[in-house]
Structures are given as structure tokens and as C-alpha cells.
Design a protein around this ligand. Structure first.
Ligand SMILES: Cc1cc2nc3c(=O)[nH]c(=O)nc-3n(C[C@H](O)[C@H](O)[C@H](O)COP(=O)(O)O)c2cc1C
Length: 203
């Protein structure tokens, strides 16, 4: 099959696009508003985009359904320039999902999801204490994308937290926390199997 987005109907029961670009890692973004109220929400349009310096991006799409408000995370980052991208383990899947509800601005999703805010070192927003890792970020650019309320935030990672429990022999061992990834529809995957490939010319 073939279709041109926005021009042709895809003819399927659900839009297949997000199922095709999968698995997507989940950035579980904590931020503060201008009055220091904490916010937490998952974003699967999320990835690492450079490593020296380390940079990440996430993007916010649309408005909160049922509420005439844009999403809090991007508003907070526009106001403060800081956020933390927490990494989601399989064990945290329900807490992550609970934090995705469309609550009014100022609602504390840490409390709603039964999570513990832990202080960050470089930026003001707290991180998720239960997360296997957390990336403290300063916003580098906030870019309006085509479409209604599509905004991409690019951040520089200025602090990296890694739980000792997921380190083994000096390496991050993903099998110890099984990173959660978003697929299409209501589907998720957890990384449980790992294999290595050497690049051409490498031994
Ligand atoms: C696994 C998962 C991934 C999500 N990814 C995105 C995303 O990439 N972009 C987006 O705008 N919303 C995404 N959402 C929905 C937001 O988490 C939701 O709209 C949330 O209420 C936004 O919170 P905020 O207003 O506090 O920022 C996702 C939800 C879940 C459960």
C-alpha cells in the first residue's frame, strides 16, 4: 500500500505512522512552572541527537484533550529553560502511564503516580528518584513545527544520573531495568534481549 499523508486516505482503521517509527524511547520529562510547581509527563517523540555535547530532543503535539490548554511541559520549558528527561523502566510502566493524564496546569503528577521527586544537581526541576537514569537538560532551542501546536524542544544534557543498580562491569546493563519503548496503537515493548555487532573493520 501507499498513501500521501494529508492528501490520501490511508484506508486503515488507525493511522499507521507511529507504528512504523517504532520502537521509540520514552522521555519522561519533569519540569517546573514559573511558580516552582512540579510537572511530569511522558513523551515518545524523544531521542538522543548528539553525544559531544550530549543533546536530546522531544516534541509536544496538540493540546490537552478536554481542556483548552496547551501542554504544561513545553510551557514550563519556555518559561524556565530547564527540564529533566527521566528514563522509564518496565517496572515503572504504570507510574509512567498514570503521569500522562491530562490534568490542569499545576497538578503534581509525581504525587498522582506515587513517585518520589529527588533533587537535581545542575537544574532546578527534580528528577524521578525511582528512574534508572535521568538526564538534566538546559533547553537549547524550542522550535515551532508545522501543524497545530507541534513544538520540538532541543536540550543539552548538563547532568547525568545513573542508578548503581543498573551498572555492571562499568557498563549500563539494560537487562537490569528493561527500558520501556512505545510502539503504535496502545502497544509497548521492553528491551530484554541484547546482542552486539562489530562494525566493518572492527574486531
Ligand atoms: C507513552 C506515552 C508517550 C507519549 N508521547 C507523547 C509525545 O511524544 N508528544 C505529546 O505531545 N504527547 C505525548 N504523550 C501524551 C502526554 O504525555 C500527555 O498529553 C500529557 O498529559 C502531557 O502532560 P503535560 O501537559 O504535563 O506536559 C504520550 C503519552 C504516553 C503515555
Amino acid at each position: 500500500m501507499f498513501y500521501r499523508p494529508g492528501l490520501d486516505p490511508h484506508g486503515l482503521a488507525h493511522n499507521p505512522f507511529k507504528a512504523l517509527v517504532a520502537p521509540r524511547p520514552i522521555g519522561w520529562i519533569s519540569s517546573l512552572d514559573a511558580e516552582d510547581r512540579v510537572n511530569l509527563a511522558p513523551y515518545s517523540f524523544f531521542n538522543a541527537i548528539a553525544d559531544a555535547p550530549p543533546m536530546i530532543m522531544y516534541s509536544s503535539n496538540g493540546r490537552k484533550s478536554g481542556l483548552d490548554e496547551g501542554k504544561d511541559t513545553v510551557a514550563n520549558i519556555r518559561a524556565t529553560g530547564e527540564f529533566v528527561a527521566n528514563i522509564v523502566s518496565f517496572a515503572l510502566r504504570d507510574a509512567m502511564n498514570a503521569s500522562s493524564g491530562h490534568y490542569p496546569a499545576g497538578e503534581d503528577e509525581f504525587g498522582r503516580a506515587g513517585l518520589t521527586p529527588a533533587p537535581s544537581r545542575v537544574v532546578a526541576p527534580p528528577r524521578v528518584a525511582e528512574a534508572p537514569a535521568a538526564l538534566e537538560c538546559r533547553a537549547w532551542k524550542v522550535i515551532d513545527l508545522p501543524g497545530a501546536a507541534n513544538v520540538m524542544v532541543i536540550g543539552e544534557v548538563v547532568g547525568v544520573h545513573i542508578s548503581d543498580a543498573v551498572l555492571a562491569n562499568g557498563r549500563v546493563d539494560v537487562t537490569r531495568y528493561q527500558p520501556l519503548a512505545r510502539l503504535g496503537y496502545r502497544d509497548y515493548a521492553a528491551v530484554r534481549e541484547v546482542f552486539a555487532l562489530s562494525r566493518p573493520g572492527e574486531r
